[in-house]
Design a protein around this ligand. Structure first.
Ligand SMILES: Nc1ncnc2c1ncn2[C@@H]1O[C@H](COP(=O)(O)OP(=O)(O)OP(=O)(O)O)[C@@H](O)[C@H]1O
Ligand SMILES: O=c1ccn([C@@H]2O[C@H](COP(=O)(O)O)[C@@H](O)[C@H]2O)c(=O)[nH]1
Ligand SMILES: [Mg+2]
Length: 240
Protein backbone atom coordinates (compact mmCIF):
# COMPACT_ATOMS: atom_id res chain seq x y z
CA UNK A 1 0.00 0.00 0.00
CA UNK A 2 1.30 3.43 -0.90
CA UNK A 3 0.44 5.94 1.81
CA UNK A 4 1.16 9.46 2.98
CA UNK A 5 -0.05 12.51 1.02
CA UNK A 6 0.69 14.47 4.21
CA UNK A 7 0.18 17.76 2.45
CA UNK A 8 -1.42 19.84 5.17
CA UNK A 9 1.15 19.36 7.90
CA UNK A 10 1.58 22.65 9.70
CA UNK A 11 4.08 23.60 12.35
CA UNK A 12 3.51 25.84 15.34
CA UNK A 13 4.97 29.33 15.17
CA UNK A 14 7.56 28.64 17.91
CA UNK A 15 9.03 25.83 15.81
CA UNK A 16 8.31 23.17 18.43
CA UNK A 17 6.67 19.82 17.70
CA UNK A 18 4.83 19.74 14.38
CA UNK A 19 1.07 19.89 14.87
CA UNK A 20 -0.80 18.01 12.19
CA UNK A 21 -4.00 19.37 10.73
CA UNK A 22 -6.05 16.69 9.01
CA UNK A 23 -5.52 16.31 5.29
CA UNK A 24 -8.83 16.57 3.48
CA UNK A 25 -9.48 15.81 -0.17
CA UNK A 26 -12.91 16.73 -1.49
CA UNK A 27 -14.18 14.22 -4.05
CA UNK A 28 -16.74 15.86 -6.31
CA UNK A 29 -18.64 14.92 -9.45
CA UNK A 30 -22.18 14.49 -10.65
CA UNK A 31 -24.56 11.86 -9.28
CA UNK A 32 -23.35 8.45 -10.46
CA UNK A 33 -19.99 9.71 -11.74
CA UNK A 34 -18.21 7.01 -9.68
CA UNK A 35 -17.07 8.92 -6.57
CA UNK A 36 -17.83 6.12 -4.11
CA UNK A 37 -16.32 3.47 -6.36
CA UNK A 38 -13.02 5.33 -6.77
CA UNK A 39 -12.86 6.30 -3.08
CA UNK A 40 -12.84 2.62 -2.14
CA UNK A 41 -9.72 2.13 -4.29
CA UNK A 42 -8.02 5.24 -2.88
CA UNK A 43 -8.62 3.97 0.67
CA UNK A 44 -6.99 0.65 -0.25
CA UNK A 45 -3.91 2.23 -1.84
CA UNK A 46 -3.33 5.45 0.07
CA UNK A 47 -4.62 4.89 3.61
CA UNK A 48 -7.34 7.52 3.62
CA UNK A 49 -10.60 7.24 5.53
CA UNK A 50 -13.59 7.76 3.27
CA UNK A 51 -16.70 9.64 4.30
CA UNK A 52 -19.57 9.99 1.87
CA UNK A 53 -21.75 12.90 3.02
CA UNK A 54 -24.76 11.18 1.43
CA UNK A 55 -24.04 7.96 3.38
CA UNK A 56 -23.73 9.90 6.64
CA UNK A 57 -27.09 11.56 5.95
CA UNK A 58 -28.67 8.18 5.12
CA UNK A 59 -27.24 6.92 8.43
CA UNK A 60 -29.03 9.77 10.22
CA UNK A 61 -32.32 8.74 8.62
CA UNK A 62 -31.81 5.09 9.62
CA UNK A 63 -30.86 6.01 13.19
CA UNK A 64 -34.25 7.65 13.70
CA UNK A 65 -32.63 10.97 14.68
CA UNK A 66 -34.77 14.08 15.05
CA UNK A 67 -33.47 15.37 11.69
CA UNK A 68 -34.24 12.08 9.94
CA UNK A 69 -37.58 13.01 8.43
CA UNK A 70 -36.36 16.38 7.18
CA UNK A 71 -33.26 14.77 5.60
CA UNK A 72 -35.36 12.05 3.98
CA UNK A 73 -37.77 14.46 2.36
CA UNK A 74 -34.93 16.70 1.10
CA UNK A 75 -33.09 13.71 -0.37
CA UNK A 76 -36.21 12.51 -2.13
CA UNK A 77 -36.38 15.92 -3.80
CA UNK A 78 -32.64 15.91 -4.59
CA UNK A 79 -32.26 19.02 -2.43
CA UNK A 80 -29.22 20.01 -0.40
CA UNK A 81 -29.59 19.44 3.34
CA UNK A 82 -28.66 22.48 5.51
CA UNK A 83 -24.90 22.86 5.99
CA UNK A 84 -25.20 22.85 9.76
CA UNK A 85 -26.45 19.25 9.73
CA UNK A 86 -23.93 17.88 7.23
CA UNK A 87 -20.88 19.69 8.61
CA UNK A 88 -21.67 18.45 12.11
CA UNK A 89 -21.89 14.85 10.85
CA UNK A 90 -18.63 15.15 8.93
CA UNK A 91 -16.80 16.76 11.83
CA UNK A 92 -17.96 14.06 14.26
CA UNK A 93 -17.00 11.29 11.84
CA UNK A 94 -13.50 12.75 11.36
CA UNK A 95 -12.94 13.22 15.09
CA UNK A 96 -13.99 9.66 15.87
CA UNK A 97 -12.03 8.05 13.05
CA UNK A 98 -8.53 8.09 14.52
CA UNK A 99 -7.12 8.90 11.07
CA UNK A 100 -5.71 12.19 9.79
CA UNK A 101 -6.39 11.77 6.08
CA UNK A 102 -9.90 11.99 4.75
CA UNK A 103 -11.71 11.68 1.47
CA UNK A 104 -14.90 13.65 1.72
CA UNK A 105 -17.17 12.44 -1.03
CA UNK A 106 -20.14 14.42 -2.37
CA UNK A 107 -19.46 17.50 -0.26
CA UNK A 108 -19.37 20.54 -0.45
CA UNK A 109 -22.43 20.67 -2.67
CA UNK A 110 -22.88 24.40 -2.70
CA UNK A 111 -20.99 27.51 -1.74
CA UNK A 112 -22.65 27.70 1.65
CA UNK A 113 -21.52 24.11 2.43
CA UNK A 114 -17.98 25.09 1.45
CA UNK A 115 -17.86 28.18 3.66
CA UNK A 116 -19.52 26.43 6.62
CA UNK A 117 -17.02 23.56 6.56
CA UNK A 118 -14.08 25.98 6.50
CA UNK A 119 -15.54 28.13 9.28
CA UNK A 120 -16.43 25.24 11.61
CA UNK A 121 -13.42 22.96 11.11
CA UNK A 122 -10.76 25.48 10.05
CA UNK A 123 -9.75 23.02 7.34
CA UNK A 124 -9.23 23.85 3.66
CA UNK A 125 -8.94 20.90 1.28
CA UNK A 126 -5.46 19.89 0.13
CA UNK A 127 -7.01 19.46 -3.30
CA UNK A 128 -10.22 18.51 -5.05
CA UNK A 129 -10.78 15.49 -7.27
CA UNK A 130 -13.44 16.18 -9.85
CA UNK A 131 -14.96 13.27 -11.73
CA UNK A 132 -16.14 14.56 -15.05
CA UNK A 133 -18.79 12.39 -16.72
CA UNK A 134 -21.56 13.01 -19.28
CA UNK A 135 -25.09 13.04 -17.91
CA UNK A 136 -26.34 10.12 -20.07
CA UNK A 137 -23.56 7.90 -18.69
CA UNK A 138 -24.28 8.94 -15.09
CA UNK A 139 -27.98 8.27 -15.60
CA UNK A 140 -27.24 4.82 -17.05
CA UNK A 141 -25.00 3.97 -14.09
CA UNK A 142 -27.49 5.09 -11.45
CA UNK A 143 -30.36 3.21 -13.08
CA UNK A 144 -28.22 0.05 -13.02
CA UNK A 145 -26.94 0.56 -9.48
CA UNK A 146 -29.51 -1.56 -7.64
CA UNK A 147 -28.51 -0.54 -4.13
CA UNK A 148 -32.06 0.17 -3.07
CA UNK A 149 -31.60 3.93 -2.76
CA UNK A 150 -34.93 5.80 -2.64
CA UNK A 151 -33.49 8.63 -4.74
CA UNK A 152 -32.32 6.34 -7.59
CA UNK A 153 -35.52 6.83 -9.59
CA UNK A 154 -35.65 8.78 -12.83
CA UNK A 155 -37.69 11.67 -11.40
CA UNK A 156 -35.29 12.32 -8.50
CA UNK A 157 -32.23 11.63 -10.67
CA UNK A 158 -33.24 14.49 -13.01
CA UNK A 159 -33.67 16.80 -9.99
CA UNK A 160 -30.24 15.79 -8.67
CA UNK A 161 -28.66 16.60 -12.05
CA UNK A 162 -30.27 20.03 -12.01
CA UNK A 163 -29.05 20.80 -8.49
CA UNK A 164 -25.59 19.56 -9.45
CA UNK A 165 -25.39 21.97 -12.40
CA UNK A 166 -26.85 24.93 -10.53
CA UNK A 167 -25.21 24.62 -7.11
CA UNK A 168 -22.38 22.09 -7.08
CA UNK A 169 -20.52 22.87 -10.31
CA UNK A 170 -19.88 26.46 -9.14
CA UNK A 171 -18.01 24.99 -6.14
CA UNK A 172 -15.78 23.02 -8.52
CA UNK A 173 -15.27 26.20 -10.55
CA UNK A 174 -14.28 28.09 -7.40
CA UNK A 175 -11.62 25.50 -6.55
CA UNK A 176 -10.49 25.51 -10.17
CA UNK A 177 -9.98 29.29 -9.96
CA UNK A 178 -7.54 28.77 -7.06
CA UNK A 179 -5.73 25.90 -8.77
CA UNK A 180 -6.92 23.10 -6.50
CA UNK A 181 -8.81 20.86 -8.93
CA UNK A 182 -7.59 17.62 -10.47
CA UNK A 183 -10.10 16.81 -13.17
CA UNK A 184 -10.50 13.15 -14.08
CA UNK A 185 -12.24 11.78 -17.15
CA UNK A 186 -14.70 9.48 -15.36
CA UNK A 187 -16.45 8.16 -18.45
CA UNK A 188 -13.92 5.32 -18.84
CA UNK A 189 -13.86 1.85 -17.26
CA UNK A 190 -13.29 1.79 -13.47
CA UNK A 191 -9.66 0.56 -13.72
CA UNK A 192 -8.70 3.23 -16.24
CA UNK A 193 -10.25 5.96 -14.12
CA UNK A 194 -8.30 4.68 -11.13
CA UNK A 195 -5.01 4.82 -13.08
CA UNK A 196 -5.57 8.58 -13.45
CA UNK A 197 -6.61 8.94 -9.81
CA UNK A 198 -3.55 7.01 -8.68
CA UNK A 199 -1.30 9.29 -10.72
CA UNK A 200 -2.68 12.33 -8.88
CA UNK A 201 -2.08 10.86 -5.40
CA UNK A 202 1.33 9.46 -6.34
CA UNK A 203 2.55 12.75 -7.78
CA UNK A 204 1.41 14.59 -4.66
CA UNK A 205 3.21 12.06 -2.44
CA UNK A 206 6.36 12.56 -4.50
CA UNK A 207 6.16 16.33 -4.23
CA UNK A 208 5.71 16.21 -0.47
CA UNK A 209 7.80 13.26 0.68
CA UNK A 210 11.37 13.37 -0.58
CA UNK A 211 12.01 17.08 -0.10
CA UNK A 212 9.08 17.96 2.19
CA UNK A 213 9.45 20.58 4.90
CA UNK A 214 9.16 18.12 7.77
CA UNK A 215 11.88 15.88 6.43
CA UNK A 216 14.15 18.86 5.65
CA UNK A 217 13.66 20.14 9.17
CA UNK A 218 14.55 16.88 10.86
CA UNK A 219 17.64 16.56 8.64
CA UNK A 220 18.68 20.08 9.63
CA UNK A 221 18.20 19.33 13.33
CA UNK A 222 20.32 16.18 13.03
CA UNK A 223 23.09 18.19 11.34
CA UNK A 224 22.99 20.88 14.03
CA UNK A 225 23.27 18.20 16.72
CA UNK A 226 26.23 16.64 14.90
CA UNK A 227 28.03 20.00 14.69
CA UNK A 228 27.36 20.70 18.39
CA UNK A 229 28.68 17.27 19.40
CA UNK A 230 31.76 17.67 17.28
CA UNK A 231 32.35 21.20 18.64
CA UNK A 232 32.03 19.94 22.23
CA UNK A 233 34.35 16.99 21.57
CA UNK A 234 36.99 19.18 19.90
CA UNK A 235 36.54 21.94 22.49
CA UNK A 236 36.98 19.52 25.39
CA UNK A 237 39.93 17.75 23.75
CA UNK A 238 41.70 21.00 22.99
CA UNK A 239 41.03 22.30 26.52
CA UNK A 240 38.90 25.38 25.60
N1 LIG B 1 -16.10 3.85 -14.39
C1 LIG B 1 -17.26 3.20 -14.28
N2 LIG B 1 -17.80 2.56 -15.34
C2 LIG B 1 -18.99 1.92 -15.23
N3 LIG B 1 -19.73 1.85 -14.09
C3 LIG B 1 -19.23 2.48 -13.01
C4 LIG B 1 -17.99 3.19 -13.05
N4 LIG B 1 -17.77 3.72 -11.82
C5 LIG B 1 -18.82 3.36 -11.07
N5 LIG B 1 -19.68 2.61 -11.76
C6 LIG B 1 -20.98 2.08 -11.30
O1 LIG B 1 -21.89 3.17 -11.39
C7 LIG B 1 -22.73 3.22 -10.26
C8 LIG B 1 -22.51 4.56 -9.54
O2 LIG B 1 -21.22 4.58 -8.99
P1 LIG B 1 -20.94 5.25 -7.57
O3 LIG B 1 -21.95 4.79 -6.61
O4 LIG B 1 -19.51 5.04 -7.27
O5 LIG B 1 -21.19 6.79 -7.97
P2 LIG B 1 -21.31 8.07 -7.06
O6 LIG B 1 -20.62 9.16 -7.77
O7 LIG B 1 -20.85 7.76 -5.68
O8 LIG B 1 -22.88 8.32 -7.09
P3 LIG B 1 -23.79 9.16 -6.09
O9 LIG B 1 -23.42 10.58 -6.23
O10 LIG B 1 -25.17 8.90 -6.57
O11 LIG B 1 -23.54 8.61 -4.71
C9 LIG B 1 -22.37 2.01 -9.41
O12 LIG B 1 -23.26 0.97 -9.71
C10 LIG B 1 -20.96 1.64 -9.86
O13 LIG B 1 -20.69 0.28 -9.74
O1 LIG C 1 -23.44 17.10 1.37
C1 LIG C 1 -24.49 16.54 1.00
C2 LIG C 1 -24.52 15.26 0.46
C3 LIG C 1 -25.71 14.71 0.07
N1 LIG C 1 -26.87 15.40 0.23
C4 LIG C 1 -28.17 14.79 -0.12
O2 LIG C 1 -28.03 13.40 -0.28
C5 LIG C 1 -28.38 12.99 -1.60
C6 LIG C 1 -27.54 11.84 -2.04
O3 LIG C 1 -26.16 12.19 -2.04
P1 LIG C 1 -25.08 11.22 -2.71
O4 LIG C 1 -23.79 11.96 -2.72
O5 LIG C 1 -25.57 10.92 -4.09
O6 LIG C 1 -25.02 9.98 -1.88
C7 LIG C 1 -28.26 14.27 -2.43
O7 LIG C 1 -29.04 14.25 -3.59
C8 LIG C 1 -28.73 15.33 -1.43
O8 LIG C 1 -30.13 15.32 -1.33
C9 LIG C 1 -26.84 16.66 0.78
O9 LIG C 1 -27.89 17.31 0.93
N2 LIG C 1 -25.65 17.21 1.15
MG1 LIG D 1 -21.87 7.92 -3.80
Amino acid sequence: METDVGVSTSEEANGSAAKKKPTVVFVLGGPGSGKGTQCAYIVEHFGFTHFSAGDLLRGEIDSGSENGLMIKSMMNEGKIVPSEVTVKLLQKAMEESGNEKFLIDGFPRNDENRAAFAAVTGIEPAFVLFFDCPEEEMERRILNRNQGRDDDNIETIRKRFKVFLQSSLPVVQYYESIGKVHKIDAARPVEEVFESVKAVFTSINEKVKPHGRVQQKSTLLKLQLKWKMSFLRNGVCKGY
